[in-house]
Design a protein around this ligand. Structure first.
Ligand code: 5RP
Length: 228
């Protein structure tokens, strides 16, 4: 397996933030995988809440102790990837389909560090990446019709040709394209999540506190939310 040096740099930088005894939020995706490998190599007494079955399996392989959300009130540090982010640390997530558990875990964090490659930093969200929306299967068609009535294009995610994708929670995903990008991410998130049958959207506002963005040369740019 080839290791992307930019993802590896971001993952290692996040692993260096972990201290013994910390309770962690463990995100999902290929950049988080580099974080988990670097974390396991440190062999610290830590445990984390995984945001997907894939992360849960990977932690078991790597010997990272796991926690259930019921066992912990707050997490010291959440580390997760992103599909796009802006300088004010608003994110789109859910490319890997784990958006619901990722959002739940993000809200439990004292500190939420995003790890990504620098090319995911964009001036405006939604220009290149469709916003994932998790929907209960029963409501899939009504929700899609409602989105289309607003002029949005919503495509049901598939696992393979003619096989609908299902999240770890048994739900469907609509990938929603917004012409001209996301002008007001907070409003879009509120509107989407108010539609009956929508469980959550992949828009993360006011959750991330910092970002560690890896470059191909192995250096990392860090960003912090101005109000933190
Ligand atoms: C999964 C996610 C991932 O964090 C996001 O897709 C980034 O993944 P990667 O690090 O593989 O690019 O939101 O639901």
């Amino acid at each position: 397996m080839t290791i992307d040096p930019a993802k590896d740099a971001a993952g290692r930088a996040a692993a260096a933030l972990v201290r013994p005894g910390m309770r962690l939020g463990l995100g999902t995706g290929s950049t988080v995988d580099r974080f988990l490998v670097a974390l396991a190599a440190r062999d610290l007494d830590v445990a984390g809440v995984p945001t997907s079955q894939a992360t849960q399996r990977r932690c078991t392989e790597l010997g990272i102790a796991l926690l259930d959300p019921a066992e912990v009130d707050r997490l010291d540090l959440v580390v997760d990837g992103a599909d796009e982010l802006t300088r004010d640390l608003v994110l789109t997530k859910g490319g890997g389909g784990a958006l619901l558990r990722e959002k739940v875990v993000a809200t439990m964090g004292e500190r939420f560090v995003v790890i990504a490659t620098l090319d995911k930093l964009v001036p405006r969200l939604g220009d290149t990446f469709a916003v994932p929306v998790e929907v209960v299967p029963f409501a899939l068609h009504p929700v899609r019709r409602e989105l289309e009535r607003e002029g949005l294009t919503a495509v049901e995610r598939t696992a393979a040709a003619d096989v609908p994708y299902r999240t770890d929670n048994g739900n469907a995903i609509l990938d929603v394209r917004l012409d001209g990008g996301l002008l007001d991410p907070e409003l879009a998130d509120t509107w989407l999540t108010m539609l009956p049958g929508v469980v959550t959207s992949g828009i993360f506002v006011d959750l991330a506190t910092e970002a560690l963005l890896g470059r191909p040369d192995g250096t990392v740019e860090s960003l912090s939310r101005p109000d933190r």
